[in-house]
Design a protein around this ligand. Structure first.
Ligand code: ACO
Length: 386
């Protein structure tokens, strides 16, 4: 805002932290990020270890309970997820009847909000109740996304299976065919990599809503709204649009990126508030992107991505974030670009709900301040004289 308040000298307020950069407002057991080293740890486990050894469902358990499950706990979680994947009929009716041109993230946001109408929202305040809510919401996200995508393409809606993983079910419901082992593994890995990431904008939104003692459907709905924006999760879709634009214009990716920088436009999928080096998730996705794009005949996408990466490093010394290479990975799997951010939500819901549980256990209302720099005293002018 423009400072029109002559009583206020902004130089006397150096503590105003635009974008809350560097502000520590919560404590958490969920994740640790070292932005200088490029390190990411979920509840004690390095992202490289989780990427290699865990399943998405184990990561969910970890984020909800702050420890890994044993076999029977994991079996129980899988059964609960399987039993919770189906949607209430009115939500399915909504997905079938909404505009085919609607943004999938907007549809997901509405559907999650609607789920709150059909389930107990605040029946009790036990941790068990909250974990079961987290399971229920997490289980339904893939069903919502797949059902909307099939419906907008005039295809039959595929019911979830009462077996198999989250990744398997999503691909199965989306494509109406059983995914291969490699596709399931790749999707599972993407879900692991996007599950949790400290006090990012959507997790902060989710915790702020939780702090008012509102319900989990409301906090996840708000978080989806925050993730949707292109400066946050929406960037993965924008990355793909950029690569497709390069293709369509038969442009040189280096000149394309330099042009954007000259026009002071952001290059999506680059830069991060916390990482000042390569995002460790981007490192993992980079090698997946190379492998997959070669295997699926999209070799040029990987070549352009690498050229863009080098140009961003040379011109701005900025590294890629999680969204840059995830775009090519999803595209190589045959997924439409406007579903990319929904897949991000499908994973991050585990982190959001983990933070909800943590916030609810040790709550204080989130309520920062804003410095008023407007006019304090204006003369009232009657309507007809304005
Ligand atoms: N392209 C071009 N320049 C950039 C980029 C970029 N992607 N990112 C940062 N910069 C530049 C800024 O223009 C700014 O330069 P200046 O000091 O000359 O003005 C400088 O680097 C610092 O950038 P800020 O925008 O101030 O950094 P901030 O921490 O506020 O923003 C953000 C971080 C929003 C992620 C930013 O890097 C960005 O817009 N990136 C593109 C969008 C994106 O990929 N978002 C996904 C982030 S990861 C996630 O949410 C999952």
């Amino acid at each position: 805002a423009e400072n029109v308040n002559t009583d206020i000298n902004l130089d006397e307020y150096p503590h105003i932290n635009k974008g809350l950069a560097g502000i520590v407002a919560f404590t958490t057991n969920k994740s640790f990020i070292d932005g200088q080293k490029g390190e990411l740890i979920y509840a004690g486990y390095d992202i490289d270890t989780l990427a290699e050894k865990a399943s998405f469902e184990e990561v969910c358990f970890l984020l909800w309970n702050d420890r890994l499950p044993n076999q029977s706990e994991l079996d129980e979680l899988n059964t609960k997820l399987q039993n919770s994947r189906s949607l209430p009929e009115p939500v399915l009716t909504y997905l079938k009847s909404t505009s085919k041109n609607a943004e999938p993230m907007a549809v997901l946001r509405t559907a999650i909000s609607m789920l709150g109408d059909f389930h107990e929202v605040q029946a009790d305040s036990s941790e068990e109740f909250r974990i079961n809510k987290a399971i229920s919401i997490t289980a339904k996200m893939p069903t919502i996304i797949a059902a909307f995508d099939r419906s907008r393409n005039d295809k039959n809606i595929v019911e979830p299976l009462d077996e198999k993983s989250t990744a398997y079910n999503f691909l199965y419901m989306l494509n109406d065919e059983e995914p291969g082992e490699q596709a399931e593994k790749t999707m599972d890995l993407c879900l692991i990599l996007h599950a949790e990431h400290g006090m990012n904008a959507s997790t902060f939104t989710n915790r702020a809503i939780c702090s008012t003692e509102s319900d989990m459907y409301s906090s996840v709905t708000g978080a989806i709204g925050a993730l949707k924006g292109p400066l946050h999760g929406g960037a993965n879709q924008q990355v793909m649009n950029m690569l497709l634009d390069i293709d369509e214009k038969d442009a040189d990716p280096v000149e394309y990126v330099k042009g954007r920088l000259e026009r002071k436009e952001k290059v999506m999928g680059f830069g991060h508030r916390v990482y000042k080096t390569m995002d460790p998730r981007a490192r993992i996705l980079r090698s997946m992107s190379k492998k997959l794009s070669e295997e699926t005949g999209h070799k040029e996408l990987n070549k352009w991505s690498e050229a863009i990466l080098r140009t961003m490093k040379d011109e701005k010394d900025i590294d890629p974030n999680v969204d840059f290479f995830s775009a090519t990975v999803y595209y190589s799997m045959g997924i439409k670009p406007d579903l990319f951010t929904c897949i991000f939500s499908m994973s991050r819901v585990s982190g959001w709900t983990g933070h909800y549980i943590e916030q609810a256990e040790n709550n204080r209302l989130v309520r920062p301040r804003a410095l008023f720099i407007g006019d304090k005293h204006r003369d009232w002018v009657p309507l007809e004289e304005r």
